[in-house]
Design a protein around this ligand. Structure first.
Ligand SMILES: *Cc1c(COP(=O)(O)O)cnc(C)c1O
Length: 377
């Protein structure tokens, strides 16, 4: 089955008992048992719910994994994955990870004895040099947020395997439509489904896919024990969003390519970050491991004042956190998503005060370019 078909026919389709073509919302907490321990596969909705199960089967299929798990947010998904580790374990993470990931590692999980190193994983030597006796996993984002740096998933997976480490990939930016890390050797894939998978700025959710029965068992135990599950309404809404992921991603990318071309020739723009650019340092690897470059663009306008001016004048780019929705969103990483990263650390990785990140939406491209043209004039 091709990916675009799988988005619609993967997982569990419809409801065999009524013929409904959409999976019903099973708004229920508990299930009648015919005798003690005798049930139809569901006992209690924290442990399992049919609507959530349909979503979990769908994400498993479209990420080519062994099992899927749905959580109440991307952070709850990340937290559950981190519960695989023990006090005294060490993890290596990409240095410009999502701000919330940086925060949970350095302000919450550090208190429980999980140790981390942040390195530029786009250079595999940096990862290799950081591996210690107690290192248990490599955790990467590619493309990264917001500089869209690329890490070679296959090479990192080979390194991880040779050292007996898990490779965990936050695949939020690429989505399973463009990139499937498990097929490249990763063990665990994480999504903030709040972004492209949901796609309409109307829900908060997180998903995890694992590549083995052993990890599936462990993660289900953690999901059931810690309880951060996604409710049936949001599970249904997410299934609905995923059905159109293919058409949306194609269009996000088409619009993004045109905006990149516009920004590149504009005299007020100091730098444009987009993995689809031949001049982007990760371009060749991105081309090899992904089927598309996505709809996220970052660019540097040089100063906080220039950022201020642009923000005051744009009409169709909504100033907001988040990304991946039908509406174009604009954000200032240094002040918003990455505010929890100390300024010194931020500037070291290139997240300057003049950096703007846009999530290109599905509006008419002429309107979007005219909007930016006016805002930059
Ligand atoms: C938003 C985001 C998260 C966190 O997900 P939530 O759904 O907001 O909890 C994690 N990783 C990346 C790359 C994100 O963009």
């Amino acid at each position: 089955m091709k990916q675009r078909t799988r988005l619609i026919h993967g997982g569990i389709s419809g409801d065999p008992s009524t013929g409904a073509v959409s999976v019903p919302i099973y708004q229920v907490s508990t299930y009648k048992q015919d005798g003690i321990g005798k049930h139809k596969g569901y006992e209690y909705s924290r442990t399992g719910n049919p609507t959530r199960h349909a979503l979990e089967e769908l994400i498993k299929d479209i990420e080519n994994g062994e099992a899927g798990f749905a959580f109440g947010s991307g952070m709850a998904a990340i937290n559950a994955v981190m519960m695989l580790f023990n006090a005294g374990d060490h993890l290596i993470l990409t240095d410009d990870v999502y701000g919330g990931t940086y925060r949970i590692m350095t302000k919450v999980l550090n208190r429980l004895g999980i140790d981390v190193s942040f390195v530029d994983t786009s250079n595999i030597n940096n990862i290799e040099n950081e591996i210690r006796d107690n290192t248990r996993a490599i955790y990467i984002e590619t493309p990264t947020n917001p500089l869209l740096k690329i890490t070679d998933i296959k090479a990192t997976a080979e390194l991880a395997q040779s050292k007996n480490l898990y490779l965990i990939v936050d695949n939020t930016f690429s989505t399973p439509y463009w990139q499937n890390p498990i097929s490249l050797g990763a063990n665990i894939v994480i999504h903030s489904a709040t972004k492209y998978l949901g796609g309409h700025s109307d829900l908060v959710a997180g998903l995890v896919v694992v590549d083995s029965g052993e990890l599936a068992q462990k993660l289900h135990f953690i999901q059931n024990s810690t309880g951060g599950v996604l409710g049936p309404q949001d599970s249904w809404l997410l299934i609905r969003g995923i059905k159109t992921l293919g058409v949306r991603m194609e269009e996000h990318e088409r619009n993004a390519q045109e905006i990149v071309a516009f920004l590149q020739q504009h005299p007020s723009i100091k730098k444009v970050y987009y993995p689809g650019l031949k001049t982007h340092p990760g371009h060749e690897i991105a081309k090899k491991q992904s089927r598309g470059f996505g709809g996220m663009i970052s660019f540097d306008v040089g100063s906080e004042e220039a950022v201020e001016k642009l923000l005051n004048r744009v009409k169709y780019f909504t100033l907001a956190e988040s990304l991946g929705a039908v509406e174009s969103l604009i954000s200032v990483p240094a002040k918003m998503t990455h505010a929890s990263i100390p300024k010194e650390q931020r500037e070291k990785v290139g997240i300057t005060d003049g950096l703007i990140r846009i999530s290109v939406g599905l509006e008419d491209i002429e309107d979007l370019i005219n909007d930016l043209k006016y805002a930059l004039s």
